[in-house]
Ligand binder design. Structure first.
Ligand code: OGA
Ligand code: NI
Length: 360
């Protein structure tokens, strides 16, 4: 690949090169950059010290093959306890083939290995499809420091449009991933809601899970990982997120005591985490987990999350059954569209996103 001279000193030129022209953080690395430029340097409070971080080893992955058999009660309990405490758990026998998991990681690498002009066509200002968006960082225009992450997101409407509009190197595998995990995700939501005394009608469940998006994240190897972050502290806005991570590691979740613990890569497993919407529906019983991603200099990491969230027109609020039992509604009822607009309007700041829904 031809290398281009980039002026790393001029922050506007650098921002334009990475964000506006769509070269991404990967383009920066490929251009020969060997030290982290200022716009990526996090304030000390957001940096991630790797030395004293511990791994969340207590939790064994939950075996979903046992969910609808004689061990239903035990497995359901494991899911409920994990969602109430950490808000994160890993699952095996989830119905997605191990071959597909491998293909997903390969095609994520393939997408980002393309020359910048092949990816930049999906920048949000110019993307040929409203379903596809490529970019760097979460809201780079508003962040104090830019995240060390390139991504492409693919919104699902129907199979036909996905196969027509999603980017070539990943459309088929991403759609397979979505379709082979959706039943499992819905089942997990049902189990969680049943435990708070809510039996969701098929139609309501489908509306609560009506927004589905597959992302592919690419965290380039970083020359000074102690200065940067892959993704800043945040919670996901939807119901449940299913995430495939590769073997590099670096996904951290906030514990109840405020410490951070790594969700260790487990070959063949999928990570599931609770989003804000499920916290709201359960009136706070289930915890949308605050999480973040560190960078590393051992190699480039990929991850493939599937986000599930309500239809924009869906009303969300604490379920009446739960409010009755709790004697108080901790969140107000709102239109999911409004929650989503607020979520995307500001940089990641831990669980601050939930304040928007808090009852006052
Ligand atoms: C996200 C996220 C974690 C990861 O995309 O919301 O938290 O491991 N990703 O990439
Ligand atoms: Ni997340």
């Amino acid at each position: 690949m031809e290398t281009m001279a980039v002026n790393y000193e001029d922050q506007t030129i650098l921002f334009n090169f990475v964000v506006k022209q769509g070269n991404g953080v990967k383009g920066l690395i490929d251009s020969g950059m060997s030290c982290v430029p200022q716009p990526f340097v996090q304030p000390p409070s957001e940096r991630i010290a790797t030395l004293n971080a511990h791994t969340y080893e207590a939790a064994q992955p939950i075996d979903l093959s046992q969910l609808d058999g004689p061990h239903h009660k035990e497995v359901a309990k494991q899911i409920v306890v994990a969602a109430e405490t950490l808000g994160f758990f890993q699952v095996v026998n989830h119905g997605v083939s191990v071959e597909l998991l491998e293909l997903l990681k390969t095609s994520a690498h393939e997408f980002f290995a393309q020359p910048p002009e092949k990816k930049a066509i999906y920048l949000k200002e110019v993307s040929p499809s409203k379903l596809v968006k490529y970019g760097t960082s979460f809201v780079p225009e508003k962040e104090k420091a830019i995240e060390w992450k390139d991504y492409v997101s693919m919104l699902y409407t129907n199979d036909h449009e996905a196969l027509q509009h999603w980017p070539q190197p990943c459309r088929e595998v991403a759609l397979d991933f979505l379709k082979s995990s959706m039943e499992m995700v819905k089942r997990v939501v049902e189990v969680l809601m049943e435990d708070v005394g809510v039996r969701l009608e098929e139609e309501r469940l489908n509306s609560l899970m009506g927004t589905k998006m597959v992302n592919m994240n690419y965290y380039p190897t970083c020359p000074s990982p102690e200065l940067t972050i892959g993704v800043g502290r945040h919670s996901d806005m939807g119901m449940l997120t299913v995430l495939l991570q590769d073997g590099i590691g670096g996904l951290y979740v906030r514990l109840e005591n405020g410490d951070w613990a790594e969700i260790p890569p487990l070959s063949g497993a999928l990570v599931i985490n609770v989003g804000d919407t499920l916290q709201i529906l359960s009136n706070g019983k289930y915890k949308s987990a605050e999480h973040r991603v560190r960078t590393t200099n051992i190699g480039s990491r990929v991850s493939v999350p599937i986000f599930t969230a309500p239809n924009p027109s869906e009303k969300i609020g604490p379920s009446p059954e739960v409010v009755k039992r709790d004697g108080v509604a901790r969140y107000k009822e709102l239109l999911f569209q409004d929650y989503m607009n607020n979520f995307f309007s500001q940089p990641h700041d831990g669980k601050k996103s939930l304040d928007f829904a808090r009852a006052n």
